[in-house]
Design a protein around this ligand. Structure first.
Ligand SMILES: N[C@@H](CCC(=O)N[C@@H](CS)C(=O)NCC(=O)O)C(=O)O
Length: 230
């Protein structure tokens, strides 16, 4: 049966940019599960109300409704154990929990300070107003102030990625020889930036760049084919 997934979209329904939805899109492809993605906007919270919360990703699998990318990855792993593993065992699942927390609180938090204002160019009028109001309330400043001086600040972000770089100098994926969910977690953040912003997060000779290219190539170039700004 085809799984249905509510996937954050821009005014153009083909523009899909949520880092958390990208984690799940990649996980579903890894598990070789059929998915129908449903473009979802911030202003459509009623359509996911049965998930008991108001954020995407949300999936429907038969009668089951699951929200939150980490919960969905665990659901897929436990429900479809005969399909390629997302974690490579209990130790891999435990280590991926750290990667998930790092990506949420360090990687994506930093990326938002570079690309949040570019989001406005991709949202329809209702979502644009909501996004500006909710984020400016959260950040305590305008989106333009939040993203100011990004060229001067990006060096610090690149330094913070040194653990990724050191890892990828020794192995092609965070999962080792082939990708695991840890790769999809980190990739989601970069895919978010790629979809909505032309700002250069990584220098061309950064060892993280070839990994990003390998990730774009996975699953017949699924992520590469998605509309992007770069
Ligand atoms: N911890 C959640 C975070 C999900 C999340 O924040 N999703 C954003 C899209 S990237 C959202 O739906 N935001 C709705 C809103 O801000 O109103 C996960 O991993 O799935």
């Amino acid at each position: 049966m085809t799984i249905r997934m509510y996937d954050l979209a821009g005014a153009d329904p083909k523009c899909r940019f949520s880092p958390y939805c990208w984690r799940v899109r990649m996980a579903l492809a890894h598990k070789q599960l059929l998915v129908e993605t449903i473009p979802w906007r911030y202003s459509e919270k009623a359509t996911i109300a049965r998930s008991g919360q108001d954020r995407v990703p949300v999936i429907e699998d038969g009668g089951r409704v699951i929200a939150d990318s980490w919960a969905i990855a665990n659901y897929l792993e436990d429900t479809y154990p005969e399909r390629p593993s997302l974690f490579g065992g209990a130790g891999g699942r435990a280590a991926a929990r750290f990667v998930n927390a790092w990506a949420d609180t360090v990687q994506n938090a930093a990326i938002s300070t570079f690309v949040a204002s570019d989001m406005l160019n991709h949202l329809g009028p209702d979502d644009r107003d909501y996004f500006r109001r909710s984020r400016e309330q959260r950040f305590g400043m305008t989106l333009e102030q939040f993203c100011a001086n990004r060229e001067q600040r990006v060096g610090g972000f690149r330094c913070s990625l040194e653990p990724l770089r050191q890892t990828l100098l020794n192995q092609p994926f965070f999962g080792g020889k082939s990708p695991l969910y840890a790769d999809y977690i980190v990739f989601g953040g970069f895919q978010w930036a790629r979809a909505i912003s032309s700002f250069t997060l990584l220098e061309a000779d950064d060892p993280i760049v070839p990994w990003r290219q390998r990730m774009l190539d996975l699953f017949d170039g699924m992520a590469r084919k998605a509309p992007a700004c770069v």
